[in-house]
Design a protein around this ligand. Structure first.
Ligand code: SF4
Length: 767
């Protein structure tokens, strides 16, 4: 039994009960849940004040997912969803962690709590420091904190021994300064949460279409003929998307949902903005639900393309947009040659669907042109994810469904500014053009050698190649794979630093020394420089808009993320013989200065300070949206990919990690998963009934889950068996509890994204 504080959630089981799977999403229960969460955390007045301004023009941006706000009218009642309200409750809470709390609570004791309980203690009220060998955090002044970090960073043999992680909550302004600091410091070690989520989308779309972002706007969904939703659970992870799907349905769209689980938010929607919805009357959404096997998506897409081609042969030019293919694409010949020799029944077998059901999807798509494909982690977290997403592009290219209204690609980003962070330079693989622009604007030569992404950062820390870990937001330990391995990596560090709003497990699994720097949240007013400042974010569809806090922070000892970076830079670069060429005080005086320099450095931000003040902000350029492809040959590229077969030995299953409805990334709001009928428990494993009996188990049994990749036994203890409508040999559990089972070296080709959607497991009854 290690003497180290828990790196994982304790395997405590609660008084769990199972209810029916819900078939109607949102409605009155969502309203009640929203107010219950906010009022219990912040009281009525503070809650209503925040809820009235979130996602409103001139208000503050929801800190949760990156679903866009309507360009035109925003709802006067509520421009947020239940999970947005939970995220807001989480940050507007009036509960705060004072030095007294930390003096009373040893790290080891805190680590014995679940992630939910750790996160429920409140907002961190002032900077905290953990000296080498200490068991309790203690207060520290900002000045001393920055001085300690500066000394540690300047004490490293080379800058690549430091890692600067970014979570998707970080604003454009803070992210731009953060990358500027890291690069003047001398490293590209800028991993971010995108490495674990849509990196595969970025790689695939860049290679196929010339841009690593989605092409559609929100109003394209309203006019689409067909919307295909693959590997995504919008009801929990982007709930306002249901409003857009309802509008699309009212305008005649057909929705095809492809998901191993019959997620409630895909089935029907009770719009809480309408009396009908509050009375429980739902709009049916999905017309065709395809319960696909894990990682069956590429096989399904190829099967659909094959059936469409058979129809195209009967009436050339009526199914495929041959003009578009001729004028705008390359590689069609090779693609078709490959398609012709694939066996349809082999594809049906690989995706676990009948040819009849696949045929229904092809029939829906056959005569349509305005087709949008939406996707999320169910596509991006597989070994062949990049090829699968290129297959999505293949299908859309065949139909000419790119660069026209109602058509295109729609990777739905999971964190409010994850796309913006990448746009303003948070990337371990920066393009030379961006680095040259930095050098031109700031007069220093940035490093060109690529840095570590998330997986490589963990390895580097584990191997002692990196020893200072700095995280701008997030909960690195709980969000990353192979928890035991990652914990050892973080513990190898001489210093770990987290910029955070609330306590999380990453603060409890730390380096020799550790620091927590408490920052202002989105809803907090920011008076850096003596006048109120605002920041900006970019949503999934490339809209940049302002976000201005409206609440008084819970503590006067908090600092904004941009200010933290400026002081960090002054305490590090400022202490070097050559000093810093950047005038960080200029940014501390006004964030307009940050936006001026973003405008000088990055194309698309012209008149940034003017346009970001316009109600609703502005769209960044998107060539795909105009039917242009910024690939080297200005053409869209068809891709040829072979199926990858995943052999299972007897007794083995394929497991995916998912979120419950009471969770956002690694932040746990509650123990219920209302839509899936799970109440008061998180240590559950969803299994097909036949697999349960074949495993010699019965519903309610408590099992341990093992992964033996690379000859290493990884175990997640004590999970309750739940029968669920999931394809044979497939299983689902919640993260972060089962991230311990995800091997560090099972990653997606090209994107290096951890494969959290297909983990080979064995289960056995717990002793
Ligand atoms: S859909 Fe996403 S961004 Fe919008 S309110 Fe909900 S959680 Fe926030």
């Amino acid at each position: 039994m290690s003497n180290e504080p828990n790196a994982e959630n304790p395997d405590i089981l609660y008084k769990f009960h199972k209810g029916p799977i819900k078939h109607k999403a949102v409605g009155l229960p969502a309203i009640i849940s929203s107010f219950r969460h906010t009022f219990s955390q912040a009281g009525i007045a503070r809650s209503l004040k925040a809820l009235a301004r979130v996602n409103q023009k001139g208000g503050f941006d929801c800190p949760s997912c990156a679903w866009p706000d309507p360009d035109d009218e925003r709802s006067g009642i509520a421009e947020y969803c239940e999970n947005g309200a939970k995220a807001i409750a989480d940050e507007i809470t009036t509960k705060k962690l004072t030095p007294e709390f930390f003096a009373k609570n040893a790290i080891k004791d805190l680590a014995g709590q679940t992630d939910k309980d750790i996160g429920s203690h409140g907002r961190i009220a002032q900077p905290m420091y953990l000296p080498k060998g200490a068991t309790h955090y203690q207060p520290i002044s900002w000045e001393d904190a920055f001085s300690r970090i500066g000394t540690a960073l300047n004490g490293l043999e080379n800058p690549n021994q430091a890692i600067f992680y970014t979570s998707g909550r970080t604003s454009n302004e803070a992210a731009f300064l953060y990358q500027l600091f890291a690069r003047e410091y001398g490293t590209n070690n800028l991993p971010d949460c995108s490495n674990m989520c849509h990196e595969s989308s970025g790689v695939a779309l860049t290679e196929s279409l010339g841009l690593g972002k989605g092409s559609v706007r929100l109003d394209d969904l309203y006019v689409a003929e067909v919307i295909v939703i693959m590997g995504q659970n919008p009801g929990t992870n982007a709930p306002r998307m249901l409003t857009a799907l309802e509008k699309a349905k009212h305008n005649g769209a057909t929705i095809i949902s492809v998901n191993p689980l019959p997620e409630t938010g895909l089935m029907s929607f009770r719009n809480p903005q309408h009396v009908k919805g509050i009375l429980g009357i739902a709009t049916p959404l999905t017309d065709l639900y395809l319960p696909i096997k894990l990682n069956g998506d590429m096989a399904l897409l190829q099967a659909i393309e094959l059936l469409l081609w058979l129809e195209e042969q009967k009436a050339p030019g009526t199914v495929f947009d041959t003009g578009f293919i001729r004028d705008h694409t390359v590689g069609y010949g090779e693609f078709l040659a490959h398609l012709k020799q694939i066996d349809l029944s082999e594809l049906a077998e690989a995706c676990g669907l009948s040819i009849a059901d696949i045929g229904k999807a092809a029939a829906i798509l056959k005569d349509k042109k305005r087709i949008i494909v939406c996707w999320a982690m169910g596509l991006t977290q597989h070994t062949n994810a990049v090829d699968t997403i290129k297959e999505v592009a293949n299908l859309l290219l065949l139909k000419g469904s790119i660069g026209k209204p109602g058509a295109g690609t729609c990777p739905v980003r999971g964190h409010s500014n994850v796309q913006g962070d990448r746009t303003v330079g948070i990337w371990e693989k920066p393009k030379p053009a961006f680095l040259q622009s930095l050098e031109k604007v700031f007069g220093f030569r940035p490093p060109y050698e690529h840095g570590y992404d998330v997986v490589d950062s963990i390895r580097a820390m584990h191997e002692g190649k990196a020893s200072v870990f700095f995280a701008m937001g997030g909960n690195f330990l709980s969000a990353t794979p192979d928890t035991t391995y990652t914990a050892m990596a973080l513990r190898q560090c001489s210093l770990t630093v987290h910029v955070s709003t609330k306590l999380n497990r990453s603060h409890l699994v730390h380096g020799e020394e550790a620091l927590i720097l408490p920052c202002l949240a989105r809803s907090d007013r920011d008076f850096t420089g003596g006048s109120q400042q605002f920041v900006s974010c970019e949503n999934s569809m490339g809209v940049v808009q302002s976000s201005e806090g409206i609440l008084n922070p819970v503590s006067t000892h908090l600092m904004s993320e941009p200010a933290i970076v400026c002081h960090l830079a002054k305490a590090t670069l400022g202490k070097r013989p050559q000093g810093s060429v950047v005038n960080w005080d200029r940014y501390l005086a006004s964030y307009d200065a940050i936006r001026e320099d973003i405008e000088k450095t990055i194309p698309g931000f012209e008149s940034y300070n003017l346009r970001v003040r316009e109600p609703g902000g502005f769209y960044l350029p998107n060539p795909n949206r105009e039917g242009r492809f910024a690939t080297p040959d200005q053409k869209a590229h068809f891709n040829v990919a072979k199926l990858t077969h995943i052999p299972l030995e007897s007794g083995q299953l394929m497991m995916m990690t998912v979120r419950s409805h009471d969770q956002f990334n690694t932040t746990i709001y509650g123990l219920d998963d209302r839509y899936r009928g799970v109440y008061n428990e998180r240590r559950v494993i969803f299994l097909n009934e036949q697999d349960i009996s074949e495993q010699g188990l019965k519903p309610g049994d408590v099992v341990d889950i093992h992964n033996d990749h690379g000859g290493i036994r990884r175990t997640a203890h004590r999970f309750i068996v739940i029968p669920y409508p999931i394809p044979r040999s497939c299983a689902a559990t919640y993260y972060p509890e089962t991230n311990v089972l995800v091997p560090i070296d099972t990653v997606a080709a090209k994107s290096n994204t951890p494969v959290s959607k297909l983990v080979i497991i064995r289960i056995e009854r717990s002793v």
